[in-house]
Structure formats: C-alpha cells, structure tokens
Design a protein around this ligand. Structure first.
Ligand SMILES: NC(=O)c1ccc[n+]([C@@H]2O[C@H](COP(=O)([O-])OP(=O)(O)OC[C@H]3O[C@@H](n4cnc5c(N)ncnc54)[C@H](O)[C@@H]3O)[C@@H](O)[C@H]2O)c1
Length: 275
C-alpha cells in the first residue's frame, strides 16, 4: 500500500528529467499518487516543451498535461478549471517554479533592473500565491501545498543575487499562506534544497564549484540525492506531517547549520588553487 494511494495532486514545474518537480513526482507516483502536470506554453509548432514533459509523465499515467504560464492569470484559471473537470477535487500541489532574466541575476543585486525585479518576483513568488488560491479552491477536505526554496534567501550566497531576494519573499509568503489556509486544514510548507544540477541552476554562477563547496561544508559531507527531495516532499505532503505548516524544511545535508567551514575545507581550497 502506498502513502498516496487514492490521492490526487498537481505538479507545477517539470521542464525535463533533471527538474526537482520531476524527482518529487516520480516518488509520489511510486507511492500511489495520481498526478496532473503543467508545462510552459510552446511558442511554435514543434511543441518542444510539451513533448519533453509528455515523454516523462505519460508513462506514469498522467491524465492531465496542460500549458500554464504562471505569470498569466487566464492560464492559471484555465489550468485549474481543467484540473477540476478531470479530478473534481485535489489533495496537494507542488509549486517548483522560479525565473529571473539572466542579466538581472548574473549582475550584482545592486544593478538589478526594475523590470527584472518585477518579472522575478512575479514568476518566483506571486505565482505561489496565485496558484495556492486556485488549488486550495479544489481542496475540499484539507490539503497540502509545497514550494521549493534555497538557503540564498536566508543568507548571502554570492552568485544567487536577485533570486535570494525572491526566495526570502517566497519563504515569507509560505508563512502568510499557512496562516490564511490553516482554518481550512490546508498546510503550506517549503523545502530548502541543497544545490541540484538542473536547468534553472545553470543561471547561477559556477555550479560545479557550488556543489563542491556544499559537500565540503555540509556535516554529511555530500550533496543531496534527487530521491531525498522526493522523500522529504512525501513527508510534507502527507499525513505524516499533519501538524506541520508554515515551515521551511532544510534538505541540504545540514549545510545551513554551519557557521564556519570544517575540517575538509583546506582540501577544498588546495584543489581550487591547483585549478
Ligand atoms: N536546482 C537547485 O539547486 C535548487 C535548489 C533549491 C531550490 N531550487 C528551486 O527549485 C525550483 C525548481 O527548479 P529546478 O532547479 O528544478 O529547475 P527547473 O528549470 O527544472 O525548474 C524550473 C521550472 O520553472 C518553470 N517556469 C519558469 N517560468 C515559468 C512560468 N512563467 N510559468 C510556468 N512555469 C515556469 C520552468 O518551466 C521549469 O519547469 C525553483 O523554485 C528553484 O529555485 C532549486
């Protein structure tokens, strides 16, 4: 018997096989969940976005795969109307979406443009509020909402820049949404994940170096495995965490607890110098 037998959920943010949303979806599906997926609308007839997502999610029996650009209210409305028509009600939603224009994330935060800030905050933060509103309307008997954040929203991580500002706002939105939705027994939480090599991560500085620094500093001495995000998501989306809401759960091999680098740091610096 699976933890999610008989449960229906919406997964927002699968772009390809490396997406965190896909790692979570695979785990939830293996535990019995029935899942609906969005993809970014395609701009031409080759339908590359749609085909990439369909190739992954059709084999796990997804009944609903539909475009939804979360910066457009009409897309969100159409998407959740289709979810309602297909399933009637849902039990959970995973929001695993972030975006900032490359030039506004790769420059110092000081130089970020007003327009870049608006776009980044809209897609990476407001979209949680807008989709939580639509999804919660379909959660008749309580539910759970999960979003993805990163340590760069709590502390300065060079290279994360404007996205750190967005993650701070996202984590705060999690708490206010948890307050608003608590009376309806809908819980809202975030996972703060250690670095994972994905499409979105490619916009953030020297990623191999970030992974290496992470495993050097983290008490567990390694990077997070994809399946570990699936397991943590299953906890936060299931009854196992029935009294947990408004939380940011660090799934980062303990990196966030460190105030200074430990024993393996010298080795890391030596390797850097030898490059
Ligand atoms: N990769 C990491 O190291 C890491 C660490 C911590 C948190 N996160 C967060 O995890 C989440 C997922 O990112 P990922 O690393 O899996 O990368 P990803 O590129 O696979 O996922 C990002 C998703 O956002 C979607 N998206 C962007 N703009 C959109 C829009 N306007 N409408 C709808 N969808 C849109 C993309 O299509 C993509 O599916 C993000 O919030 C990211 O900040 C990532």
């Amino acid at each position: 018997m699976g933890l999610f037998d008989g449960k229906v959920g919406v997964i927002l943010g699968v772009a390809n096989e490396y997406s965190i949303a896909w790692q979570i979806a695979k785990y939830l599906h293996a535990e019995g969940a029935d899942l609906a997926f969005n993809h970014l609308p395609d701009k031409d007839e080759r339908r590359r976005m749609e085909r990439r997502v369909r190739r992954l999610v059709e084999p796990i029996g997804a009944k609903l795969i539909k475009p939804c650009d979360v910066s457009k209210d009409e897309d969100i409305q159409e998407f959740f109307t289709a979810v309602k028509d297909t399933y009637g009600k849902i039990d959970f939603m995973v929001h695993s979406i972030a975006f900032a224009p490359r030039e506004d994330i790769q420059c110092p935060t000081l130089e970020a443009s007003r327009n870049g800030f608006h776009i980044a905050m809209d897609i990476s933060v407001y979209s949680l509020i807008a989709t939580a509103r639509a999804a919660s309307a379909l959660m008749e008997s309580g539910g759970a909402i999960l979003t993805m954040t990163y340590f760069g929203g709590e502390r300065v991580v060079p290279g994360y820049n404007l996205m750190g500002v967005c993650k701070a706002a996202l984590e705060c939105a999690v708490r206010y949404l948890a307050y608003d939705l608590g009376p309806r027994n809908i819980r809202v939480n975030a996972i703060s994940a250690g670095p994972m090599k994905t499409l979105a991560a490619s916009a953030v500085g020297d990623f191999d170096q970030m992974l290496s620094l992470h495993r050097t500093i983290a008490p567990l001495g390694r990077n997070v495995a994809q399946e570990e995000l699936g397991k943590a998501a299953a906890f936060l989306l299931s009854d196992l965490s029935s009294a947990v809401t408004g939380e940011v759960l660090h799934v980062d091999c303990g990196y966030n607890i460190m105030g200074a680098p430990g024993k393996s740091f010298k080795e890391f610096v030596d390797k850097l110098q030898a490059r």
